[in-house]
Write a protein that binds this ligand. Sequence first.
Ligand code: TRP
Length: 347
Amino acid sequence: MTTTRTEKKRLLSGMKPTGGGRLHLGNLEGALRPWVQLQDQYEMFCFIADWHALTTEAGRAESIAEASRATALDYLSAGLDPEKCAIFRQSHVPQHAELYLLLGMMTPVSWLERVPTYKEQRELMAEYEGGGAVGVSYGFMGYPVLQAADILIYRAHAVPVGKDQAAHLELSREIARRFNHLYGVDMFPEPKALISEDTGVLPGLDADANGKVRKMSTSYANAINNSDTPDEITAKLKTAFTSPTKIKKTDPGTPEGCAVCQLRRVYDPAGYQTQWEECRSGARGCVQSKRETTEILIEALAPMRERRARYEADPAELDRILHNGAERAAAAAEDTLNLVRGVMKLV
Ligand code: TRP
C-alpha cells in the first residue's frame, strides 16, 4: 500500500545533536529561520540526526537522548510547527538504517574517500578524546551514505543546508543516480541543495589568532545559544570582541571586523547604519554599542524565548510531538522502502 504524496514538493533537513544538542544564533539564522519560512510551501521533514552524532560521539551515548531533546526544543522554539512539519529523531525511524545498508552496497569506497570533510574529520578524530580508542570508525566513513539514506528515503526534492554540506549533498545525488541507473528505474529524484545565503555570516563573539572575527561555533565557545537567558546574553556581549584599535570611545572603529557591529547589522537592519557610522567616526563607543545591541538582541529573541518556555513546561508534549513526527515520517519512509525492496528483489 502506498500513501498518496501531496501536491507540495518534499523538503528534508536535519542537524546533528552534538555538543549537548544546543544550537546557537548561527544555526538559527543560517538554518532554522529558513526552514520556518519553507514549512508553508513544502511538505517538510525536519529531523534530529542522532545516529550521525554517534559517528563521533559513540562513547557519549548516554547523553544522546537529552541532546536530541535539546535540539528538538531549538527547532520548536525557532517556530517550526509540528502540524506543518514532521519533527522526529532519526533513530526513531529505523527505515533510514535499512536504506543506508542497501545504498552502502552500491557506493564505492573511493567516493567516500574523496569527500573533502573526510580527511579533515580524520584529523579531528585523532585529537578527539573519545575518538582515541576507536579512531575513524566504519560508521564515520559511512556518514555520507547515511545522510543520502536520510534524504532519499523520503524521495526529497530539495534539502536546505549550509555550504558545509554541499559535498555531502553532491554524494547523495551521485548515489541517487547510481541506484536509478543500476536498476533502470526513476526511483529517487536528485535532491537539490538549497544553500542559504546567510549561512556562516553570523560571527562569534571572539577573535581568531590573527585578531579577526570568525564564525559562531560551539567548538570555539564563542556562541550565543538560542537557549541563553537575557542575563547570559548580556554577560556574553559585555566581553565580546570589538575593534581592537578602538580603545577610547573617540578612536575610530571598524564595524566590518567587529562581532557586536555584525550582530547589530543582522538584528537591526533598519538602524545599524547610523551606529556603524558613529562607531567609525568615534561619536559612539563600544560600551554604548554593546548596551544597545544587547537590548535589540534580547527583544528580537523574545518570541523564541516564549515558545521555548511553553515547550519546556510540558515535556510530555515534546515527547508526543517527536512520537507523532516519527510516525508520519515512518509511513512515508516505508512507502519508499517497499518500492526499493521490490526493485531489488528483496520481496
Ligand atoms: N550532516 C548534517 C550536519 O552535520 C546533518 C544531516 C544528517 C543532514 N543527515 C542529513 C542534513 C540529511 C541534511 C539532510 O549538519
